[in-house]
Design a protein around this ligand. Sequence first.
Ligand code: ADP
Ligand code: ADP
Ligand code: MG
Length: 467
Amino acid sequence: MSFTKHKLLVANRGEIAVRIIRAAQQLGIPTVAVCSEADKLSLPAMLADEVVNIGPARADQSYLKGELILKAAKETGATAIHPGYGFLSESADFAEAVVEAGLIFVGPSAETIRKMGDKACARTTAQAAGVPVVPGSEGEINSLEEAINTAKDVGYPLLIKASAGGGGRGIRIAYDDSELAKEFVIAQSEAKAAFGSGAVYLERFITQARHIEVQILGDGEQAIHLYERECSLQRRRQKVFEEAPSPVLSPSTREKLCLNAAALAQQLHYKGAGTLEFLYDDSSQEFFFIEMNTRIQVEHPVTEAITGVDLVQWMIKIALGEPLSLQQKDIRIQGSAIEMRINAENPAKGFFPSPGLLESVSWPIGEGVRIDTHLFDNYIIPPFYDSLLAKLIIHGNNRQQAFERAIMALDETQIKGVITTLPLHKALLKEPDIQAGLFHTGTLEMWLSENHEKLIDEEKTHAVTTH
Ligand code: ADP
Ligand code: ADP
Ligand code: MG
């Protein structure tokens, strides 16, 4: 299909904006970058065919303002908008406004985002479709009395989760009725302040679970899965290190989980790329749906590495009307891939942010190495946004080879001027349990509390070799 009459506006920043601009370029589609005052000298702004300055550094005055993005689209004659992840990517109102303005939203319909982007609602939808969910409340909980009553069935410990939450935010834990009474009110008011909606629901807290998620691609008619990613290594409920496929699923469990997810996407007539997230219990081999992300995810490259499918190009092609020509039988797992998120934070000092002048950067080379980043020498990392600087995606013929290549790649990577999470990944790759795939969602935080010295040592060695 030819896309010559189209122009794509990228409503995001950082590495994902670069990723989307490059995908559009490969499809021969001209691009528009939008940037805040703080991002005028950024890689997306340099790579795009046109750039529109949409406002001040603060995201709530720029990247989160749908009307400014629509204005930029009008001014430049853009025909489609890709939202990336974070910011407006899961805003049903924004998706609706884009369509009302006569433009194409690269993603599912506003209706699907409403249904699945709201976490309490997504639970109900999944349950109705026969997908097992974590035991919890039926929909939202509106009063403390209702919460205490529901807790009797759900059991402690439990989580109070914001329906509109995301990025690991808006989740609180309670171990008994009195804690629930205290936390419930805080959860409601925090959710209101952070996400604009005070709606919350309850879910049993599963202490030793793995986070396993399934990648979906659909064109509204047909939906397929692209197997799973394992994202159990998390800090503050945010992913730090991801891999595909999961090191623990048996072929039959994998098949069951992935087909279940694809069937749900099919039932939704899902259009675009999406992810169904599950918690997986190793001992019983049971999985429970937790939420759906109706957008591209940070960790999508590990799936691209093992399947050879360009997810971002497919999102664009589908949005512009091309039917999904891939069939389930075409999707095969080739080898194993891991992703390490490199953030401008100091792991030896409580992950304290470390923005500022990046003096120079030098990336690894070799087979199976992919870097997604917006960095360049002398770039000034602004302090206003997510601290993700780069993703190192390493592919091998098997998991062991991926790890061996990752160790070399980390040694070859040099980022001078700012402190990053590179030493954390170096230390993690040396851990026998991590090498063996023995972990759950609580493992990394436990490791961090026990291995402060190791992190300081790793940072010192790192500093000696790179500064
Ligand atoms: P992924 O699985 O793709 O990492 P996350 O849920 O971690 O997904 O979110 C990706 C990015 O979007 C992160 O930068 C996160 O901080 C941000 N994000 C996601 N949802 C929200 C939200 N509701 N509010 C604010 N930021 C969000
Ligand atoms: P977000 O929208 O912020 O991504 P999720 O519902 O996906 O929120 O949860 C984020 C992380 O929190 C999960 O990956 C998992 O580690 C942990 N978590 C969420 N729900 C539960 C649960 N019921 N039991 C144990 N851990 C959970
Ligand atoms: Mg999640």
